[in-house]
Design a protein around this ligand. Sequence first.
Ligand code: ZN
Ligand code: ZN
Length: 669
Amino acid sequence: MSAEQQPNPNPSPNPERKTLDDRAKMSELERIRHSCAHVLATAILRLWPEAQFAYGPPVESGFYYDLELSHRIAPEDFEKIEAEMKKEIKANNTFEKLIVTREQAVADARAGRLGGLGERPGNESKFKLDLLKQIPEGEPISYFKNGDFIDLCAGPHVMRTGNIGAFKLTSVAAAYYKGDEKGPQLQRIYGTAFKNKTALDEYFAMIEEAKRRDHRKIGAEMGLFAIDTEYVGPGMPLWLPKGTVLVEELERLAKETEFAAGYVRVRTPHLAREKMYKTSGHLPYYADSMFPPLEMPLEGEAKAKERELAGEIEKVRGQTRAVAGASPEEIQRLNERLAQLEQAHRLCGDRYYLKAMNCPHHHRIFAAEPRSYRDLPLRLAEYGTCYRYEQSGELFGLMRVRSLNMNDAHIYCTEDQFAAEFRAVNDMYLKYFKIFGLEKYQMRFSTHGAEGLGKKYVNEPELWKKTEAMVRKVLVESGINFVEVANEAAFYGPKIDVQVWSAIGREFTIATNQVDFAVPAKFGLHYRDKDNSDKIPLCIHRAPLGTHERFIGFLIEHYAGNFPLWLAPEQVRIITLNDDPALIDYCGPLVNELRANMVRVEADFSPTPIKAKIASAEEARVHTMLVVGGRDVEAGNVSVRLHHGGPQGAKPKAQVVAEILQSIKERRA
Ligand SMILES: [Zn+2]
Ligand SMILES: [Zn+2]
């Protein structure tokens, strides 16, 4: 499956608190940004000394600091806060690390000193007091001090406030302490910081360009998709005819590529019984991100059993009432019996779930026939539709949805075949990157941590080491740009997240490639090996094109809606200079010829002035315009004009048709 929307199976009690390990990994930019959060707090305290601070971590595009303050900070306040921040940066104070005892830290927090410029009697550092409780016994407690400001913090920081090259406050939002809706409501101030002014300016220019290329805006302009919250539901995009072109072209690409790589295609229902997801482990761990089950009416034996249990429950309930004066042991025995019966009764139900991933269905396809080593590797592919119950606040255009179509496949193979299969999957990613002109990408290789074996990770120490070594070898040998991150693997095996950068330099996580050596065993999958013994196959999950929703959302931004010819919803528009019948007679057969070759062509033979006709085609982002006037007819030509490429001159009609067909066939960028 693709990890982009995968829920975390082991959420930590406080996701915002980084471990010391995580902290050691903070990049220079993250240190700059986190240091800037301290400078922000320093500035706010100069303006509002009573402010109480909670968390101030670096985030993907900058940093934030959560604080409690009766004054509602508004964007109009940013200028004066930034002015105070500049003073602190200009002072070039050292970030000094102080190690203290827990008693000292508690005393300072009580005195209001932590997250403060000085002691604040009667205004204790209440959030810092609470954060102190979360620091495990034995872990050192440290402060970072810049000027008068002292914060409870494990670091790391840059050396001096002057190392913060350039910064800007960006927004303010409401946030709950520790994300808990029942907890106190805080104000969260976001900002960003960079090494220097140039990098900061580039970042904001990119944000502006990203707004211009917003997939929701371009999607509406081009008529690609619609989200009908009222009748269909939030997070469930409808693909309009032009968006469907994108979907089907991507599927065609995937099907051709996968066919050439020896995959076979399968199709599976959108539902499965509860047993499927209990076996896969999705239930109960992912229950929150699945749609609630459909309860089916019971029939035959199942119904008889359910009735029998219901009768038994009534009987025991009667007994518990009758023995009001009985011994505590007797009452406990009856209550235990009742609990057992009720549990059994609950399990009588026949529940179906909408599938949140395709893997379990594919595993059952593997199990549907006896398999021998001769059948392996078996590569099962499907553009599978899945459903995930994302929180409504998390839904975002095509990027976060509740129904998704995944470029999914599962490769079942032997350990000996693994390296070659894994290499072939990586080659497929690279091939796609080339087609879409993705020059910058990175694979993030997540491995296990030995201390998590049997808890966070399936307890197969040898298999982990062996597989990770194979994956690493393939990545190095293929010359792939990758980083290795320890202790972030999936439960059932190492994984690779694929990050790509759009044409304007924005980063997206597009797809995941995962190795699985746990789930095939849970589903009892096996094959008969050469020596006649039964063995469990390894499984590779891969989805290079991610989901249609997310990938198309990404492509819209990447191309700014100006898709290459093979992908463009309207590939060609034939435009006559005017509505002269001679021009129309010349162009009619050309439309038919292109259509017969599956080219998406439209005709504009209207009497509208030519300038307006061209402007309308440009606005619709038509890839190629063929403009025809009297002189073209005489010479047997068409005048070619490219969207964003301008006039290309007149060429013989047959040559233009051949070029169009060739470009589409080769999927030229
Ligand atoms: Zn999968
Ligand atoms: Zn800090």
